[in-house]
Design a protein around this ligand. Structure first.
Ligand code: XMP
Length: 328
């Protein structure tokens, strides 16, 4: 039997009871696989890696070493939440790496979107490798691979290795407890493991994070604008019942300023915050979500008053195609 093929007899995990059964089976399987050896995990705080972390903590406790790399491109509150949930509440062995300056210094002045992605990806591997070398006796690498990742690698859509690119001497045996699950099942399991809703039902977030939404060369100032505006958008969507209803929503800040006027009648030059809210099934095509005009006006009012350096807000009305979901 191919371990990377989901057996036809495997029941879809849709209920807490089925999730508990899966958790018990996986805890036993992990214990049998790793024994008293140490396991390393790159914990981003996304659904998949968080569920894998929680499963492994249940199975082997402090023998799981989670490494959370803050590359400076995470959303507001994310690194803090990873620390709170995993270190404070689950008593995990968590290494927090503040690599903000390292990433932002490397990205300074780089405009090309693909080059930005490559720099972020390569630097991530380098930071993770350095941390892996500091920890003694690691025998396994845990990964949040899920079933669509396996299917897509088979179809040749994308090569999948979450922490691909590690040197040969750091190629550990893999622990991939959710590799036969679909995303909706991972969420049911995450809920049963006691992870908070905003982690379990998180919208998709690109690996290069806010870096793809801070269009052009990333500056710390503009990155803060993207992050603060995004936090307001998410807060307002949550307050108004749109969280979990709209598939993905975020803010983008292009690299130019335009002229505006402030309440005192003085000319300003400020950034434009673009709001994007889309619905899709598979992210290959997308439609624009219909957001009540009053809410859009309220969000505009908050962003222009609360986020320093912004004098305009726009809503992106473009479906995919012709626009992609992200701006890059
Ligand atoms: P585009 O912009 O191509 O985005 O229409 C399609 C979906 O993919 C997400 N996205 C990523 N997800 N790593 C990810 O895990 C990435 O590097 C990445 N880049 C884009 C994007 O947010 C959208 O949901």
């Amino acid at each position: 039997m191919d371990p990377n093929v989901r057996p036809e007899s495997m029941e879809r995990i849709t209920t807490p009871a089925l999730a508990e059964k899966f958790i018990a089976e996986q805890v036993a399987a992990i214990k049998a696989q790793v024994g008293d050896k140490k396991v390393l995990l790159a914990l981003s705080g996304g659904v998949d890696s968080s569920v894998v972390a929680a499963l492994l903590i249940k199975a082997i406790g402090k023998n799981l070493v989670c490494v959370h790399v803050n590359h400076g491109l995470l959303r507001k509150g994310e690194p803090e939440q990873v620390i709170k949930v995993f270190r404070d509440e689950m008593d995990a062995n968590l290494v927090y790496v503040d690599a903000v300056d390292r990433f932002l210094d490397k990205l300074a002045g780089v405009k090309d979107p693909e080059t930005k992605r490559k720099i972020i990806g390569a630097e991530f591997i380098r930071v993770f490798e350095e941390e892996a070398r500091k920890i003694k006796d690691i025998a396994f690498l845990a990964q949040g691979t899920i079933y669509p990742d396996i299917l897509e690698s088979k179809d040749g859509v994308k090569a999948h290795h979450n922490v691909g690119g590690l040197p040969e001497d750091l190629k550990f045996a893999l622990v991939e407890p959710v590799k036969l699950l679909f995303k909706d099942e991972v969420r049911v399991v995450g809920k049963a493991l006691g992870l908070p809703d905003n982690m379990v039902y998180r919208q998709p977030f690109p690996g290069p994070g806010l870096g793809v939404r801070c269009v052009g060369a990333i500056t710390r100032e503009r990155l803060e604008v993207v992050r603060e505006a995004d936090a307001i958008l998410r807060e307002e969507f949550a307050k108004n019942g749109l969280q979990g209803k709209v598939w993905q929503y975020f803010t983008i800040v292009p690299d130019f300023k335009s002229v505006g006027v402030n309440a005192e009648g003085k000319r300003t030059e400020g950034y434009l915050v673009v709001l994007r809210a889309i619905n899709t099934r598979d992210a290959m095509t997308a439609t624009v979500a219909e957001i009540p005009f009053a809410l859009l006006s309220h969000i505009t009012d908050r962003i222009t008053h609360e986020v320093a350096g912004v004098n305009r807000v726009a809503f992106d009305l473009t479906p995919k195609p012709t626009g992609t979901i992200e701006w890059e």
